[in-house]
Design a protein around this ligand. Structure first.
Ligand SMILES: *[C@@H]1O[C@H](CO)[C@@H](O)[C@H](O)[C@H]1NC(C)=O
Ligand SMILES: *[C@@H]1O[C@H](CO)[C@@H](O)[C@H](O)[C@H]1NC(C)=O
Ligand SMILES: *[C@@H]1O[C@H](CO)[C@@H](O)[C@H](O)[C@H]1NC(C)=O
Length: 920
């Protein structure tokens, strides 16, 4: 049993119903939006909008909102509406999950960096962080992209979205009455909103309801300038100044110090969020901003990367049908057979929603592998296969795993790979790498052997003993690991491939059961969402047997067709399915068998393994560790929402997860997730708050801890990254006792041009004879100039100030016959300045000065004595602002704010002229 006993699990049911990272992190009011919910909904809307504008070939365009405004909008319903067929969204769901993981992991990796949260009025830093991260993601998506580039781009995009979304929960944007996202965050050419100067009071104390509980309905003083809540994060935000807003809520210890309370809208729970009543609006804006991040016209991700990459990023493209074919001399007859058998079938399916997105051919020989040929046309793949020439390959084993590795790398996620060979693998050492590729791609590897000649000569790399279960050879092990088929056929039986290929041509494959049968009868539930099923039975003793498939009434199904029929392995397909309930497969004689039930359905589930980290429950990185406790989060996918999970089962032998429940039609259903959980006894953990950013030409040191949770072992380590930035790492080996850990440190050098953004993903691995694990970590390259932020507000100097509006001159109607004015000079060292007068700009007029005209102005403000007050806001292109506040109203103590805290060069002038200021 690889999973710990009593695996605690948490069922995360239903549809999408800052913001807290996810629902797994603790109880939340049911209608609340988490980071995960916001990300998912924003992505669904963005992809829906993309699909509306880009209908399938031959289909009419859709009207705006047709998909995006679907209620409820789910991945399954979106795919069904777009493809107008049962097409599983599981590959798209996986992409969304990777983005959400990146988003959630900010809480583990960057919790001490306030720029990931818009805390502490760190607007310039947060916006800079956001844009730099985004630019490095975009730079990684230029040209041809590999699956690991895409994975790293998704993780980093999750981080970018985290910053973006926090803007809406942690600043006063919503309180200012905005009903649209703040476009400037993503689009520098869109206007910046003024930021409250350091000197400005932004919040007053909330009313104390009881000890440590506050009512904060009207605590904001800044409603025309941006401010955010202070949340102490150590060095990047060490204190909350008096007069500034807090983040607030019981997680914020400064909520009891002035300004008491806070402004966060992360939840709708008053104890966690002082502005809880605005949670919904903040979440809606965050969803809209997430959507716009991807498809915003002119600045969104889609416009930056183009349609092809957009589709790849979200795994929208369907699956590949990939042939990895041994082209050595002994295979020449077989290649012809493969061609004639398969092509007619592929032709029959072409144009069907079940057809693959593309066909890929990877020839392998010894020592050559490739070139890879890709096409979406059946005719072309036919001619590629015809053109294969069987040659060479003197000795027996071939470079078959190198071929398979290339096939996995070139195929879309969740692809069907068919490997044909008649020889053992010369490159068996690639086995573990292949397994990691299978894990991350979710592809099935089907292996067909038309013979098996192993090494004639002894090789330096021995064929590794197959683990856990006994397999005939490495091919059977890899096929079984990936959930694919393995068959050792005689040349005359090659037609079996046809049946397996037909099973593979399925746009919504699910697994209903996977079990060992000791005896004669195995029952399985068939729910109304299954449109076809396949029943595979393998004798574990290799003895011959017969089997029948029984409907719930006990009669043998007549809708069966034979797919594989060898003495010890039989597969039948049942289609159509006319009756639901408990079906069975009955075998004779009684014995030990492996049974797998597959099918086609849109009812499926995805899972995520999570663990407590900081104060949350966050996705784990790498593989889980034996004996540790985890939370397994389950998400059901389906067309209708009224499904119910009743049980989560870990299928111990195969390390697969199975869910049992009730379908929308109230039939019992079961589904097995085909992504295996591989629990290991070694883990690699990232050390908290590591710096993963470097500048071009500079180096970066990244350390991880390797923890041995198993028996004493001798471990070897490896580190690599996509872009080849890794220069060295140490140590390379170590003996670790049980419970012992060691720090593994790698050095990266950003060998790129000085003005370049780049993104890479580093993989750290640790391996002993008994265990192995990995950790992936994004590495970001940001040019030094881009790291510089302008946080200096404009400066001003008062030139003239005439204020006669005292006493009865403020009374109506006489006040309108008297006026007051001031003249001032304002400038910014870096950028254009914008001026605004509150409450009314009509009395303000400015004239540019000098050559850098817009950076440098002289202004006059004039008003009558009915309005003896004004606040002039002078802001630069980044929103950095200075204010001049004048207030001579009798009903308020005059000019307090400005007298107490102004510290610019005009203070002396102003004090000299203002009789109400107390210069002490
Ligand atoms: C990260 O490291 C780089 C290079 O070593 C350095 O320039 C940068 O300031 C560091 N960033 C942080 C947040 O420590
Ligand atoms: C590594 O071992 C040290 C000393 O035993 C321990 O303090 C530390 O917490 C361990 N680190 C990890 C990541 O397990
Ligand atoms: C702004 O001030 C001008 C001149 O004092 C006045 O005519 C106008 O009505 C004011 N506008 C608003 C919206 O108060």
């Amino acid at each position: 049993m690889l999973l710990p006993k009593g695996l605690p699990y948490l069922l995360c049911l239903g549809f999408v119903i800052g913001f807290r990272p996810n629902r797994e992190s603790g109880s939340l009011p049911p209608g609340d939006f988490t980071d995960a919910d916001i990300t998912e909904m924003g992505v669904l809307r963005a992809v829906a909008s993309y699909m509306e504008k880009n209908p399938l070939p031959g289909k009419p365009p859709m009207s705006p909102g047709e998909l995006e405004n679907m209620e409820p909008l789910t991945a399954t319903r979106l795919f069904k509406a777009y493809f107008q067929a049962d097409v599983s969204p599981s590959r798209f769901v996986k992409a969304i999950q990777e983005i959400i993981s990146g988003n959630n992991l900010v809480e583990a990796d960057h919790s001490k960096d306030s720029s990931f949260f818009f805390y502490c009025e760190e607007f310039t830093k947060s916006i800079n962080q956001l844009r730099n991260l985004r630019d490095s993601v975009l730079s990684g998506l230029k040209g041809s992209v590999s699956s690991s580039t895409l994975e790293s781009a998704r993780l980093n995009t999750g981080k970018v979205l985290h910053i973006l979304q926090k803007f809406y929960s942690n600043t006063n944007w919503v309180e200012m009455g905005n009903s649209k996202p703040y476009e400037h965050l993503l689009n520098p050419s869109s206007r910046a909103f003024p930021l409250a100067p350091a000197t400005k009071d932004t919040c007053k104390d909330c009313r104390e309801l009881s000890t440590k509980r506050y009512s904060c309905d009207d605590n904001l003083l800044a409603l025309d300038m941006l401010t955010s809540g202070y949340m102490l994060t150590g060095a990047s935000c060490p204190k909350k100044p008096k007069g500034k807003c807090g983040h607030g809520g019981k997680r914020d210890p400064t909520q009891n110090f002035p300004a008491k309370g806070g402004i966060n809208k992360e939840t709708s729970d008053p104890e966690q969020s002082p502005h809880y009543y605005l949670h919904q609006r903040a979440a809606e804006l965050a969803i809209q901003a997430t959507r716009d991040f991807f498809v915003g016209a002119g600045f969104g991700f889609l416009d930056e990367v183009g349609k092809e990459i957009f589709q790849k990023f979200f795994n929208l493209q369907g699956y590949s049908l990939t042939f990895a074919i041994d082209t050595t001399g002994s295979m020449s007859d077989d290649i012809q057979q493969v061609k004639t058998t398969c092509i007619d079938l592929l032709r029959k399916y072409s144009g069907s929603p079940d057809a693959p997105y593309n066909y890929i051919l990877v020839p392998f020989n010894d020592p050559d592998v490739g070139p890879v040929l890709k096409t979406s046309s059946v005719d072309e793949i036919e001619s590629y296969i015809s053109d294969l020439r069987a040659t060479g390959g003197g000795d027996c084993p071939e470079m078959s795993l190198t071929g398979l590795k290339l096939a996995l790398q070139e195929s879309l996620p969740r692809s069907k790979i068919f490997t044909f060979t008649d020889a053992g693998a010369k490159d068996a050492e690639l086995r573990d790498e292949i397994k990691v590729l299978v894990d991350s791609s979710g592809s099935d590897v089907n292996c067909f052997l038309t013979g098996y000649c192993a090494s004639r000569k002894r090789r330096s790399v021995p064929e590794p003993a197959a683990s856990t279960r006994s397999f005939a050879n490495l091919y059977e092990e890899l096929a079984s690991y990936s959930g694919g088929y393995y068959a050792l056929t005689t040349k005359s039986q090659l037609s079996q491939i046809l049946g397996i290929m037909e099973l593979s041509l399925n746009a919504a494959p699910v697994k209903v059961a996977h079990s060992r049968l000791d005896g004669t009868r195995f029952s399985f539930p068939v729910d109304e969402t299954l449109t076809e099923i396949s029943v595979s039975v393998k004798s574990l003793s290799s003895a011959g047997f017969t089997m029948t498939v029984e409907e719930p009434s006990g009669v043998s199904s007549t809708a069966t067709s034979v797919v594989i029929n060898t003495a010890s392995h039989k597969v039948v397909k049942v289609s159509p399915i006319n009756v639901q309930g408990s079906w069975a497969v009955v075998v004779t004689p009684s014995g030990s068998y492996e049974v797998e039930i597959g099918g086609k359905s849109l009812l499926d589930f995805s899972y995520q393994i999570m663990q407590p980290q900081n104060e949350y429950v966050l996705p784990i990185e790498g593989r889980p560790v034996k004996g540790s406790e985890y939370t397994v989060s389950i998400k059901l996918m389906g067309e209708a929402s009224d499904m119910e999970v009743q049980r989560l089962v870990a299928l111990s032998e195969a390390t697969l997860l199975m869910v049992e429940g009730l379908s929308p039609g109230h039939f019992p259903f079961s589904r097995v997730n085909t992504d295996p959980i591989n629990a290991e006894s070694v883990q690699i953990v990232s050390l908290p708050d590591q710096n993963n950013t470097m500048s071009p030409g500079k180096s970066l040191e990244v350390s991880v801890a390797v923890v041995n949770d198993g028996a004493t072992g001798s471990f070897s380590f490896n580190v690599w990254d996509d872009m080849g930035f890794m220069k060295s790492f140490s140590p390379t080996t170590a003996v670790l006792n049980p419970g012992q850990n060691i720090t593994l440190t790698a050095n990266f050098v950003a060998a790129v041009e000085s003005n370049t953004f780049a993104a890479s993903i580093a993989t750290f691995t640790a391996k002993s004879s008994m265990a192995q694990n990995y950790l992936k970590m994004p590495i970001i390259v940001i040019p030094e100039e881009a790291l510089e932020t302008d946080e200096t507000p404009p400066i001003y100097k008062l030139l003239d100030f005439y204020m006669p509006c005292v006493g009865k001159l403020q009374n109506q109607p006489i006040c309108s016959q008297h006026s007051w004015f001031m003249r001032f000079f304002a400038m910014d060292g870096q950028s254009t300045i914008t001026l605004r007068a509150n409450p009314n700009s009509s009395g303000l007029s400015c004239t540019p000065q000098g050559t850098e005209s817009d950076n440098n102005v002289i202004c006059q403000y004039r008003s009558d004595c009915c309005s003896p007050y004004v606040e002039i806001v002078i802001s630069d292109e980044n929103g950095n602002a200075a204010t001049i506040a004048i207030d001579y109203r009798r009903s308020r103590p005059p000019a307090t704010a400005y007298c107490r805290r102004e510290n610019t060069m005009s203070v002396v002038d102003l004090l000299a002229r203002n009789p109400h200021c107390d210069s002490g």
